[in-house]
Design a protein. Structure first.
Length: 342
């Protein structure tokens, strides 16, 4: 089943900050499509879980697809709905990603702030309308509420002389300029929900590992996501950091790896070693703070209270957006850019 060569879609985006697509060794000028792909896939997983679907964690050998190698790739339950598009062992990714500049040339170096670029998805096999729609919503989520590289993003600083230190620079904020030419998603929210929840997809468990709890990633769902625009968290001085205050670490720089008090909430928000923090903040590109909660461990109310403690004049009712509301907003954004079409 070969897709036609003309089956490609291009999203036009603009970098509001430099985009970091490199690895921990700071080789940000390389690996552009690979780095972007990892991040797009991660937000696609967040969206799929937000719609009630299940997504495996490809970084976890106990959880990734396929779980049962006796199944054929086309058998129901071989892989999850995310792997259907992004691929897994035995089942190739359905598209090739090209990153182009405004002249249509492949971008070789790092994408710098204030440049427009195009993500071209070339279908290698048939990509369903539902999958294109989910990709479009992922781009909007990334651009309007998250960031590319949201998993590894670092924290900003207001400390004298530290603002421009590498590990305090903001990366990965983008603006959504336009959907693919002549295309708009022809599927409703309920149709996409039905697609991601279909029984043909593997439903990976929420936790994995020998004790069933060594690696829990089910929190990475749009249902648990929150975002505040126009405000950021940072270290102010060597002894003061609103960022650490919110995630529950000690504010003094020399003790910043220690928890303020050893509670389940702080343990989860701050993340242990090798784990992601659950709060991300950007000073550049219009300012933005976002993160996740984990029902049963950390609720939205706890986050709102912590933010109220560090931001003067903060009004959660108007400034704090969460879960389902963001999902509805994404669908509304889609409609408004189509000129009100359903
Ligand atoms: Zn999977």
């Amino acid at each position: 089943m070969n897709a036609s060569l003309s089956d490609l879609k291009e999203w036009k985006l603009k970098a509001l900050t430099d985009i970091w697509t490199g690895d921990a060794e700071r080789r940000g000028d390389r690996l552009i499509p690979t780095g972007l792909l990892g991040s797009i896939r991660w937000w696609f997983e967040v969206l799929v879980r937000g719609l009630g679907g299940k997504a495996c964690d490809p970084s976890d050998s106990h959880n990734r697809c396929p779980q049962d190698s006796r199944k054929k790739p086309t058998d129901p339950g071989h892989h999850c709905v995310v792997c259907e598009l992004f691929g897994c062992t035995g089942w190739a990714r359905k598209f090739r990603l090209m990153v182009l500049d405004s002249q249509g040339q492949v971008i070789q170096g790092q994408i710098k702030a204030n440049t427009e670029f195009t993500l071209r998805f070339v279908a290698l096999r048939t990509i369903r309308e539902e999958e294109w729609c989910l990709l479009d919503l992922t781009m909007r989520l990334l651009a309007d509420y998250g960031a590319i590289g949201g998993k590894t993003v670092l924290k900003p600083s207001n400390e004298q002389g530290r603002q421009n230190a590498f590990h305090h620079r903001d990366f990965g904020l983008i603006q959504y300029l336009s959907a693919p030419d002549g295309w708009s998603c022809a599927r409703s929210q309920s149709e996409l929900t039905a697609y991601v929840c279909d029984t043909q997809w593997r439903k990976p468990p929420d936790t994995s590992g020998p004790q069933g709890q060594t690696h829990d990633f089910s929190w990475a769902s749009l249902q648990n996501f929150w975002c505040v625009k126009g405000r950021y968290l940072a270290r102010q001085y060597a002894v003061e950091s609103t960022f650490n205050q919110v995630i529950g670490r000690k504010e003094r720089k020399k003790q910043a790896q220690q928890l303020e008090s050893d509670t389940p909430v702080n343990r989860w928000l701050a993340g242990r070693q090798q784990e992601s923090k659950k709060v991300f903040s950007f000073k550049a590109g219009g300012r933005r703070t976002f993160g996740f909660v984990k029902p049963g461990t950390v609720e939205f109310d706890e986050i709102k209270q912590r933010l109220r403690n560090v931001w003067s004049g903060f009004n959660p009712d108007s400034e704090f957006k969460e879960g389902d509301n963001i999902l509805s907003e994404l669908f509304r954004l889609r409609q408004s850019s189509e000129g009100g079409a359903p």
